[in-house]
Structure formats: structure tokens, C-alpha cells
Design a binder for this molecule. Structure first.
Ligand SMILES: *[C@@H]1O[C@H](CO)[C@@H](O)[C@H](O)[C@H]1NC(C)=O
Ligand SMILES: CC(=O)N[C@H]1CO[C@H](CO)[C@@H](O)[C@@H]1O
Length: 469
């Protein structure tokens, strides 16, 4: 049975967040889009104090007064000494998360003065399904990555049965619709083998089992990007709503504080490499040096969005390339805007889903240096399904490998062909968010049918069409 129980239009939606990496930001973009469509509904955004204070600044909250942040406990006992394992905060948080969110929802209900009538969660938080059942409200999880990794998690039990035991990484996944050109080694870690007992692997496994019970599963993607997998997922979910790409539904003004767009204006079409490895992945020093040397020696103009320590670059690299105009190393860019600039010809990326989508909506093909989670699967999808990207030779950046890849994209016919194919996907994405597009339609279903309940008209149709006898 779907989790669904409607009275009138919900006045209060609770949003529970997986408060790590880029997840809170992605979830907030989603909530901003739907809160603008349902301005009378209150949205309580439950996350950790740390992430809420960086997300909700006074200036960027204007116009979204119906979204209110609430802080929940991070699960870290007083006086706790961290071991340095990056997964530890996630583990501690997950241990207490159901109770923390429950308490947070009670607080939000008391403060807003309205019972919560719908629960939206990061899909990772599988236990939200049980919370929604208890509260007797609809549950809408948001999957923040692509369709393929979602199918891998929903199909984990079958995958483990077919390939887990043999441990053969080269085995094809042809038993999954759309996956005949994919191998076990492309799967996110922990799906088939390795670390399947890690907190994240356990979480996404439970998620895959629970999502088919959700009222609707939402995804930051568009339908036409991967139809075979979409149709398979539609069979497994009550409703599968494509509500992206968020990068094409602007909700906040864009800042260009480092002058990247102006700098790009001075360059030729498709001549610049944009480099970023996201907010979590950290390139090992020898790879950082190799890529920097390749850019400098090959004279490839570049913009590098970089959060690490500038001392890790080769001596003088940042100043030299700034002075001679070859490139810019900046701490932050409006990535979707930079990628949408016609001068950018390739994106050197870790292949996280937000980056892949923003590259596609900018019409830019990709050079991939994946690290973890869904990134290897995204890379493989770019290579064999859409043919708009290549992995770096040997999986690790070397100077010669990086030069070869940059040349391929910035000065070869194959590079142009990959750009053309990316532009076709870009058109599909743009169509999806138009007034008649699939994404717009799915957002309307979410707001008008799930959050605000079925309209009278639809309800009447249902009554008259119902087979009573
Ligand atoms: C991308 O650039 C084109 C012009 O090159 C512009 O028309 C379009 O609005 C831009 N899209 C976004 C999302 O900024
Ligand atoms: C907007 C808002 O309520 N922000 C809160 C987020 O969390 C920090 C830290 O607890 C608070 O100081 C902010 O008021």
C-alpha cells in the first residue's frame, strides 16, 4: 500500500535532511522550487545547526519566508573525541536520527501551530517511510543522484544474488534493464561487494527496500536522459517524479564575485577547461600537480574552482597563470553559469551527479576522475550510454593522461562530436522544464496532488470512473 492519507490541503510540510556533503543544499533547492509553487504552505527544514547556519543567510532567504530551518541533534555525545575517520560523524548522526527528527517535528508543529501533513526527506533517510506511516501522512523521498544509481540500490538484493557471491567484478549486469554494457565494477561500493556492512552501504540498502512504499519518489533529473531505466523504476515505484534539473529552475540571484564570466567572454568558443572536484573529494598532491602541469604546458586556458590549500600546486603556478592570463584559480564559482558559457569546452570533474547535470545543461562534455559512491557509475554512463565523456586513463591523473584528454576535447573532431551530443541532451533538459514539459508536469503532481491533495475535479473523475460493482 502506498503511504497516503489525505484530508484537505496540507498546511505544514516537514523536510528531513541528510546533513552531509552537498545534500542539504540540494534539498533546499528542491524545497525552494516547490515552496514558490505553494506559497501558503509552511515548510520546516530539519537539519544540523552547522548546515542550517551556512544555508540560511539573511540575504538568500528573502522571498522564501515560508521555509523555516529547525536544528536537530548531531548525535555527538558531550566530550566525544573523534578518531579522524570521515564517516564517523555520519555514523553518530544516523544512530540517533529517527529520534532526533521526531523531536524536531514536534518542535516545528508546536512553533508553526499546525500538524505536519506531508513528509519530504532525503531518500537516504529510509526510516522517514516509517515515520510517515506512523504520522499517517504522505512520504516523498528525494533521490539527489541519477536514475542508474537509484536502480542499483533498488535492485541490490538481486545484484547480490547474481554477482555478489562470485565476486567477479567483470561480470555484466545484463539482468538489469538498460545495464547490458555495465559491469559489477561500475556499481557504487557496497552494492555487490566490499564494505557492504559500512553505515552508508547499510543505509542505501535499506533505502532501496523501502522506496517502493513511498507515496512518490522524486529525482533531480529529467526523464528523457535515461528512458530504459526510468521505465523500470516506474514499475517499481507508486509514482516516480522527475523534478529536475534544479540548475535550470533558478531560485536565487547569481553572483560572479571572481569575474569568471567576464574572463570567459574574452575567450574563443569551446576553448576553456573548467576544473572542479566538488566539495568533498580532495585530489592527492601528485595528481593535482600533474593536472596543473598539463594545463600549463599544453597552454589550455582554464578556470579551476579550488577549495584546498594553494600551496599544494606546483611552485608559482597560481600567480604565473593569473599573470599571463592562462587561467584562474578561484575558491568558488557559480558552476552552472560557468558551464553554460560558450567558451567552456570541457569539464574536468569527479562526476558527482550535480556536476554531471550542470555540465549537461551547459552543453559541456566531461573528463572524469571519479572517487566514490555513484561517481564511477556516472562516469561509465557518460562513456558508454551518452558518449559525452571519458574517464582519465588508468583512473588516476598523470600529466600525459591529462594532456591527452584535454587535447581530445579541446582540439579534435571527437571532442566536437561529444559537445554536439551533450547539446542534444541539453535541449531535452530545457524542454523538460518548459510549461508543457515533463518536469513541470511532475512538479505540479507533487504540489497539487500530494501536498495539496487531489483537486475536486480530479476527485470527481475518480468517483465517476470508479468501478463500484
Ligand atoms: C545559458 O546560456 C544561454 C545563452 O548562451 C541563455 O539563453 C540561457 O538562459 C542560459 N541558461 C542558464 C540556465 O543560465
Ligand atoms: C535562520 C536560522 O534559524 N538559523 C539558525 C541555524 O542554526 C544556527 C546555529 O544553531 C542558529 O544560530 C541560526 O539562528
Amino acid at each position: 500500500m502506498p503511504i497516503m492519507n489525505h484530508k484537505a490541503c496540507t498546511q505544514h510540510v516537514a523536510v528531513i535532511v541528510f546533513p552531509f556533503a552537498s545534500h542539504p543544499g540540494t534539498l533546499l533547492r528542491f524545497i525552494r522550487i516547490i515552496s514558490a509553487m505553494a506559497p501558503k504552505v509552511k515548510f520546516s527544514f530539519l537539519s544540523l545547526a552547522k548546515s542550517n547556519s551556512s544555508l540560511f543567510t539573511e540575504s538568500n532567504s528573502k522571498g522564501f519566508e515560508n521555509i523555516k530551518p529547525f536544528n536537530v541533534w548531531d548525535g555527538v555525545p558531550g566530550g566525544y573525541a573523534f578518531s579522524g575517520n570521515p564517516l564517523e560523524p555520519i555514523d553518530l548522526f544516523l544512530n540517533v536520527a529517527p529520534g532526533s527528527f521526531k523531536k524536531g517535528i514536534e518542535e516545528a508543529e508546536a512553533e508553526i501551530g499546525q500538524k505536519v501533513g506531508c513528509l519530504i526527506s532525503d531518500a537516504f533517510l529510509w526510516f522517514a517511510g516509517e515515520m510517515a506511516e506512523e504520522m499517517q501522512v504522505p512520504w516523498v523521498p528525494l533521490w539527489t543522484s541519477g536514475q542508474r544509481s537509484l536502480l542499483a540500490h533498488v535492485g541490490t538484493d538481486v545484484i547480490r544474488e547474481k554477482v555478489g557471491a562470485s565476486g567477479d567484478k567483470d561480470q555484466t549486469l545484463d539482468f538489469l534493464p538498460g545495464f547490458s554494457a555495465f559491469h559489477a565494477s561500475d556499481l557504487p561500493e557496497g552494492v555487490a561487494f566490499e564494505n557492504s556492512e559500512s553505515p552508508i552501504a547499510v543505509m542505501v540498502h535499506k533505502m532501496g527496500q523501502k522506496l517502493p512504499q513511498a507515496t512518490a519518489v522524486a529525482i533531480n533529473s529529467f526523464q528523457d536522459i535515461d528512458l530504459e531505466v526510468v521505465f523500470e523504476l516506474k514499475k517499481r515505484f507508486h509514482k516516480f517524479l522527475h523534478v529536475g534539473p534544479f540548475s535550470l529552475i533558478p531560485t536565487a540571484p547569481i553572483h560572479d564575485e571572481h569575474g569568471c564570466l567576464e574572463w570567459l567572454d574574452k575567450h574563443k568558443r569551446a576553448s576553456v577547461a573548467y576544473v572542479s572536484f566538488g566539495i568533498i573529494a580532495k585530489l592527492p598532491p601528485h595528481e593535482l600537480a600533474a593536472l596543473a602541469e598539463a594545463l600549463e604546458e599544453g597552454r589550455f586556458p582554464f578556470i579551476w574552482s579550488f577549495r584546498g590549500n594553494e600551496k599544494d600546486f606546483p611552485e608559482g603556478f597560481v600567480e604565473r597563470t593569473d599573470r599571463n592570463g592562462l587561467g584562474k584559480v578561484v575558491p568558488w564559482v557559480s558552476q552552472a553559469k560557468v558551464l553554460n558559457h560558450s567558451s567552456v569546452g570541457v569539464f574536468v570533474t569527479h562526476c558527482g551527479w550535480n556536476s554531471v547535470l550542470e555540465s549537461i545543461t551547459g552543453g559541456v562534455p566531461m573528463i572524469c576522475r571519479p572517487f566514490l559512491a555513484d561517481q564511477p557509475l556516472n562516469m561509465r554512463t557518460l562513456e558508454v550510454l551518452w558518449r559525452i565523456g571519458v574517464g582519465i586513463e588508468g583512473g588516476v591523473l598523470t600529466k600525459s593522461g591529462a594532456m591527452k584528454a584535454l587535447e581530445l576535447f579541446l582540439s579534435s573532431k571527437q571532442g566536437n562530436e561529444m559537445r554536439e551530443r551533450t547539446s542534444i541532451l541539453k535541449v531535452f533538459a530545457e524542454e523538460a522544464v518548459k510549461s508543457y514539459g515533463r518536469t513541470t508536469e511532475d512538479l505540479n503532481v507533487l504540489v497539487n496532488e500530494i501536498i495539496c491533495g487531489p483537486s475536486k475535479r480530479k476527485w470527481l473523475d475518480w468517483v465517476t470512473n470508479w468501478n463500484w460493482w
